[in-house]
Every structure is written in structure tokens, then in C-alpha cells.
Design a protein. Structure first.
Length: 278
């Protein structure tokens, strides 16, 4: 008790700052690996560390020697196993405003037109129950994804977007990548999410949308082939059953960003909850 009291008495402001920084770092790390395979692997590593300490305390020398050697080799294994998560963490740091410029701000006269073209195309595809996947590039470059498809480099237009996703055409199965006011490519392949807790009724398009949103800061728009429902994926989260008015507002906020503390999906969900309460 005396040692604990002495610890608090000797606590300095810089010590508190140090603790807060470490706590924030661990929180961010947990948010990056949450609901991924890395979460289960982390639990396994922690359990292995606890067993190592227990075997040392109760003097199980053979068990302790094996576990200690496993932990030593495990450092290299961690770098290999957690490669996707480490990459996401570094990309997250690189996307911070300290290192990068703000997302492109489209000129006011063309902003509304670009958003209207995208919303009109999505609304038409939704009415016809034609599956679609549109990814809007933001700060993180998607050149690797663009290379997997067919380059278009055309102005964003509803007619072009609708024609790309018409069934039985060469590019309808892949994703469209939009950068600023240009359709960069179509028929692109996206990484699928590793999230195992998703609903079973979500198809490949929704999983691909979540996958690309986990690996970049892009915004992915999905139109369900079965129901025509409109969904948006951002930062590894999925918002479903959006109407065109909500979609338009989200795109307007994205193309003309302001200082925000919440993601588009979080704000949409809170507004939806408020409407239900009323």
C-alpha cells in the first residue's frame, strides 16, 4: 500500500502524458484489428505470454524453456502474420492531415453536377435491381486496384455508369473506380473483407466494398442485385438501405469536406435513430 501511495505522490505531468499516449496508441491498435483474424491471433499471443510467466513462477522449467523459445521466434512470426494490419496502421498514419493535403475540393460549379450524375446512376440501377459497386478514391491512392481493371479515364456521367453495369457486358461484374470527377477504370477486382461476423445475406459486392474500405479511406457505394438496396462502406463499416437523398448529402460532404469528427456512416445512423425516436 505504501509503495502504491508513493507511486501516486511521485507521479509527474509528463508521466500522465506518457500514459495517455500509450493508452491512445493501444486503443487505435485495437480498433484496427477489431473483428479481424488479427484479433483472435492477438488473444492467442496474450494467452501464450501469460502461460510463459505462470510456468516461470511455478518453476516448470521444461515448459518455460519451450514457451520462451516460442516467444522469441514469435517476434518474426508476428511481423509476417500481422502484415496486413501493419500495413493498415502505416496507411492510417500516412493519411493523417499532418502528412497529407486535404481531399480534393471540386469547384462549386461542377460539384453538384458530379454528385447528381452519381446519384442518378445509382438510383436507376437500384430501380432496375442491377448490381453495382462504385469506389470513390480519396487520400489513399488506388492505382494497384485500377491496374486490375480496364482503364476508362472518362468524365463521370450517369449514362456511362449505368452502361458499365448492364448485365452480360464485359465490365459489369467488377468495381468502378472514381477519382475526383473522372471514372478511372471499370471491372476492377477488390480485396474481400476478413470480417467473419457479417450477415450471411451479404454477397461478394458488399464484402468487396468493406474490404477496400478497410484497406483505404475510400468510400464504396453498393447496389444490391437481389433487392436494389443502396449501401455505403466506409472505414470497415457498412450502412445499408440508404435513400437517394441521404446518398446525395453524403457525397456532397465528401467532395466538399469540412472538419468532421464522425464518419459519414456514424452521422447517418445517428440521424436515422433520431427520426425513429421522433
Amino acid at each position: 500500500m505504501e509503495s502504491l501511495k508513493g507511486l501516486f505522490l511521485n507521479l509527474r505531468v509528463r508521466d500522465i502524458i506518457d500514459i495517455l499516449i500509450v493508452a491512445a496508441a493501444f486503443y487505435k491498435l485495437f480498433m484496427l484489428i477489431r473483428e479481424t483474424r488479427a484479433e483472435q491471433l492477438t488473444k492467442g499471443i496474450l494467452a501464450l505470454f501469460v502461460f510463459t510467466k505462470i510456468s516461470e513462477w511455478i518453476e516448470l522449467y521444461t515448459v518455460y524453456w519451450i514457451l520462451e523459445k516460442t516467444m522469441t521466434v514469435g517476434v518474426l512470426a508476428i511481423l509476417i502474420v500481422f502484415q496486413p494490419e501493419l500495413r493498415r496502421a502505416l496507411e492510417y498514419i500516412g493519411r493523417s492531415s499532418f502528412f497529407t493535403k486535404s481531399f480534393i475540393e471540386v469547384k462549386d460549379e461542377s460539384l453538384s453536377q458530379i454528385v447528381d450524375e452519381i446519384v442518378e446512376a445509382v438510383a436507376s440501377l437500384s430501380r432496375q435491381k442491377i448490381g453495382a459497386l462504385v469506389v470513390i478514391e480519396r487520400t489513399t491512392g488506388l492505382s494497384e486496384v485500377v491496374e486490375t481493371g480496364t482503364k476508362i479515364n472518362g468524365k463521370v456521367s450517369s449514362d456511362l455508369l449505368i452502361n458499365i453495369f448492364i448485365p452480360n457486358t464485359p465490365l459489369h461484374d467488377g468495381a468502378v473506380i472514381i477519382k475526383e470527377d473522372m471514372i478511372k477504370a471499370a471491372g476492377c477486382f477488390l480485396p474481400l473483407t476478413d470480417n467473419t461476423s457479417l450477415s450471411k445475406d451479404l454477397g461478394t459486392r458488399h464484402r468487396a466494398a468493406l474490404g477496400i474500405s478497410e484497406k483505404s479511406d475510400s468510400l464504396a457505394i453498393v447496389v444490391s442485385e437481389e433487392t436494389g438496396a443502396i449501401s455505403i462502406a466506409e472505414s470497415g463499416s457498412l450502412a445499408r438501405y440508404l435513400d437517394t437523398k441521404t446518398l446525395r448529402q453524403i457525397l456532397m460532404d465528401m467532395y466538399k469536406p469540412k472538419v468532421q469528427k464522425q464518419t459519414f456512416i456514424t452521422k447517418w445512423r445517428r440521424k436515422d435513430e433520431q427520426r425513429e425516436e421522433e
